[in-house]
Design a binder for this molecule. Structure first.
Ligand SMILES: *Cc1c(COP(=O)(O)O)cnc(C)c1O
Length: 380
């Protein structure tokens, strides 16, 4: 099997799994208890918090552990919205039209609760316009949420500028960095980020654990009411093995990131070059350079994306379509549509996402099979 759907999830790295195992059977204590056995788990949790923080230049006490990216996005957006509106500051939120549904559907929910949301468009390359955000800012704007990099087309957004703009107007800036954390360099202070969401399973850690970074001076509500965990803001017994695994995954990314980036870009460009030169009517969706190292998204003319995925699957190749397939009905990707593409193009697109374990042999095999299958589908 050739797994090229790393934007959907990544396998847990060996060292990550190894770091987690003692926390299931040996150090199974609840970190919140008083005896010293509890302290052992507590120390592991706090070490993980430090590792996670270090990778983005944050302080450990600015990290709140969550169940993953979706929870972090929900918490960040709902919390700022509620805190700001209850202090009379306003009820207007700005986000982009290419956000993950964890952000988009949270904003839609808030719209039913009396908040107003402006969805900023993107250009044909999938880049959010800072100018458009500037014109959308109102006196009652309380939050801007724009993702660091898109999960479908991999485009890297100008978050540093957006953060600067937000701060110049006294607005909180949140970024969904679930696709970026551990993959590209991120520094919360230098990049003007007030809140940042990440998820362990997107960078070699386990599923069901993530974190929300919240800058010290940003006020947030308690999200899960209950015990005193996470300074009373996110109750619930710590997912100790998960948190330890996420910490380990962060440490590994810190060490390998710059090599991984070089390796993935090389493989990505090799596949793009081969496909563009060997198959006619293929286009790259999203900015060619301003994209995540491991992301490729092709539009293949006169080919139905779903059929292509099925035939690739028969050859052991796991890739994904640009569109979300829900219960049999094909929903064209909201990201590609926001980039001005029609339904046909949105349906004829495939996303191929690499990892640092991807090899040149695998990439060449994929290029060969892609060529054969596209010819086969077009001959019909
Ligand atoms: C995967 C993903 C999420 C959701 O994260 P989970 O941990 O799976 O809940 C949110 N945003 C983006 C950009 C993602 O890629």
């Amino acid at each position: 099997m050739i797994y090229l759907d790393n934007a959907a999830t990544t396998p847990v790295k060996d060292e990550v799994l190894k770091s987690m195992l003692p926390y299931f059977k040996e150090v199974y204590s609840n970190p919140s208890a008083v005896y010293s056995f509890a302290g052992k788990a507590g120390i592991a949790v706090e070490n993980a918090r430090r590792s996670v923080a270090e990778l983005i230049g944050a302080r450990a006490d600015e990290i709140y552990f969550t169940s993953g990216g979706s929870e972090s996005d929900n918490w960040a957006i709902k919390s700022v919205a509620e805190t700001m509106s209850s202090s009379g500051r306003g009820k207007h939120i700005i986000t982009s039209s290419i956000e993950h549904h964890a952000v988009l559907n949270t904003c839609r929910y808030l719209e039913t609760k009396g908040y107003e949301v402006t969805y900023i468009g993107v250009d044909k390359d999938g880049i959010v316009s800072v100018g458009e955000i500037a014109s959308a800012i109102r006196s009652d704007t309380v939050l801007i949420s724009v993702m660091t990099a898109n999960n479908e087309v991999g485009t890297i957004e100008p978050i540093e500028e957006i953060g600067e703009l937000a701060h110049s107007r006294g607005i909180v800036f949140h970024t969904d960095a679930v696709q970026s954390y551990g993959h590209i360099p991120l520094y919360v202070n230098e990049m003007n980020i007030d809140m940042l969401s990440a998820s362990a399973h997107k960078f070699g850690g386990p599923k069901g654990v993530g974190f929300l970074y919240v800058k010290r001076d940003v006020k947030i509500h308690s999200f899960i009411h209950g015990g005193a965990q996470e300074r009373g803001r996110r109750a619930g017994t710590y997912n100790v093995p998960g948190i330890v695994g996420m910490g380990k995954a962060s440490e590994l990314c810190a060490v390998s990131m710059s090599d991984d980036i070089k390796k993935e870009i090389k493989l990505r460009e090799h596949l793009i070059d081969r496909v563009l030169s060997e198959i006619e009517g293929v286009y790259v969706n999203g900015a060619r350079q301003k994209r995540l190292p491991g992301n490729i998204n092709f539009y293949i003319e006169n080919v139905e994306g779903q059929s292509l995925l099925i035939l690739l699957d028969q050859k052991g190749i796991c890739v994904s379509s640009g569109s979300a397939c829900t219960s049999g009905s094909l929903d064209p990707s909201h990201v590609l549509k926001a980039m001005g593409q029609n339904d046909e193009r949105a349906r004829g697109s495939v996303r191929i996402t690499l990892s640092s374990d991807t090899t040149l042999e695998q990439i060449d095999y994929v290029a060969d099979e892609l060529k054969r299958i596209v010819n086969q589908l077009r001959a019909k």
